[in-house]
Design a protein around this ligand. Structure first.
Ligand SMILES: *Cc1c(COP(=O)(O)O)cnc(C)c1O
Length: 386
């Protein structure tokens, strides 16, 4: 089926006893058995839940994967995937990966005997330079937050296959509507479903999707053994949201393109980071790698841009009324954030300098409001700094 059809229907059918069109919230911790070990496939709520199973089938279909496992957060998904590894294994990771991922690797898993190198994965040479015999996983985020740097997923997948390591891609920023890493050769896709997949800023969730049967078997075991599972209600909310994922992504993408062009034409804006702009250094890669299910390139709803400095950014933000000043992203409502004082405040200053993260940077998550209203809002902010 087509992506939009799958978004609405995959994993779902009218409920057997009542005919309820929408998958119910099976809010139960346990299930009655007819005789010892004779049951309908469900024994205990951590191990299995019909609402969760419907969500997992839906998300597997959208990522073009066979197996999906839902988690209580994006970080729970990442931490469970990391448990595919053993002490002594080495992981190569994108340098400006999501801050929570870097924190988990450096401050939690390093104490359990895993070794990490953080490099610019947009450069194959840098990846190869730190590669070791013990390297078992390449963990990549593309595009990155907040500077929207891409990594060539197909090239990295070839490298991983030749060296028998797993390529894990955090696909949160684009959602499967605009990027399907499994089709490009990745082994495992992770999402914070909190973001575009749920899209309504009312759930924390995560998912792991794969076509690798061996990894899937272990992930199914780990989902139950580690236990970071989502609630039935959260699964239901996310399942409701994926029905409109294509519509929301198209609108965010279309509006983001208009806003990026608007910002790029303003003399007060020093730099705009958006892969849809022809001036983006990886625009050609973006057009090749970030495709909607119908073959059209898409660049997503995230834009970053640079003002002169923190004071200028602060003044600009005083004029902003429609974009909400908040962390997170991917909701139907547009958000604005100042990375170096908010989402990336814990990144040490020398590291910020190394990755080009400046104090004048502002990040937008473009929602589905009228784009004219969003532009008028940005205009109000810009007028304060003219
Ligand atoms: C938010 C986010 C995460 C973490 O997800 P949570 O749901 O907040 O645990 C991981 N990766 C990216 C790219 C994110 O934006």
């Amino acid at each position: 089926m087509g992506f939009m059809t799958d978004a609405v229907h995959a994993g779902q059918h009218p409920e057997a006893t009542t005919g309820a069109v929408i998958v119910p919230i099976f809010q139960t911790a346990t299930y009655a058995q007819e005789a010892p070990a004779v049951h309908k496939g469900y024994e205990y709520g951590r191990t299995g839940n019909p609402t969760r199973l419907a969500l997992e089938k839906n998300l597997a279909a959208l990522e073009r994967g066979q197996f999906a496992y839902a988690f209580s957060s994006g970080m729970a998904a990442t931490s469970t995937v990391t448990k595919l590894l053993k002490a002594g294994d080495h992981v190569v990771c994108t340098a400006n990966v999501y801050g929570g991922t870097a924190r988990y690797f450096r401050q939690v898993m390093a104490d359990f005997g895993l070794q990490f190198d953080f490099v610019d994965t947009s450069s194959l040479e840098q990846v190869e330079q730190v590669w070791r015999r013990e390297t078992k996983m390449l963990f990549v985020e593309s595009p990155t937050n907040p500077l929207l740097i891409l990594s060539d997923l197909r090239a990295l997948a070839d490298l991983c296959r030749a060296r028998q390591a797993l390529l894990v891609v955090d696909n949160t920023f684009l959602s499967p509507y605009f990027q399907r890493p499994l089709e490009l050769g990745a082994d495992i896709v992770i999402h914070s479903t909190t973001k575009f997949i749920n899209g309504h800023s009312d759930v924390i969730g995560g998912v792991v999707v794969t076509n690798n049967a061996a990894a899937a078997e272990r992930l199914a075991f780990l989902q139950n053994a580690v236990g970071a599972v989502p609630s039935p209600f959260d699964c239901w909310l996310i399942l409701r949201s994926t029905k409109t994922l294509p519509l929301r992504m198209r609108q965010s993408n279309a509006s983001a393109m208009v806003i990026a062009d608007f910002l790029a034409a303003d003399r007060r804006v020093a730099m705009v980071y958006y892969p849809g702009l022809t001036a983006h250094p990886q625009h050609e890669l973006a057009k090749r790698q970030q495709l909607d299910p119908y073959g059209q390139p898409g660049f997503g709803g995230m834009i970053s841009f640079e003002l002169a400095d923190f004071d200028t950014a602060r003044t600009f933000l005083k004029g902003i009324k429609l974009f909400t000043l908040a962390e997170s992203l991917g909701g139907v409502e547009s958000l604005i954030c100042h990375p170096t004082s908010m989402t990336h405040a814990s990144v040490p200053p020398e590291m910020r300098q190394r990755i080009g993260l400046r104090d004048g940077l502002v990040r937008l998550s473009v929602g589905v409001e009228d784009v004219e209203d969003l532009i008028a809002d940005l205009q109000r902010g810009l007028q304060l700094i003219s």
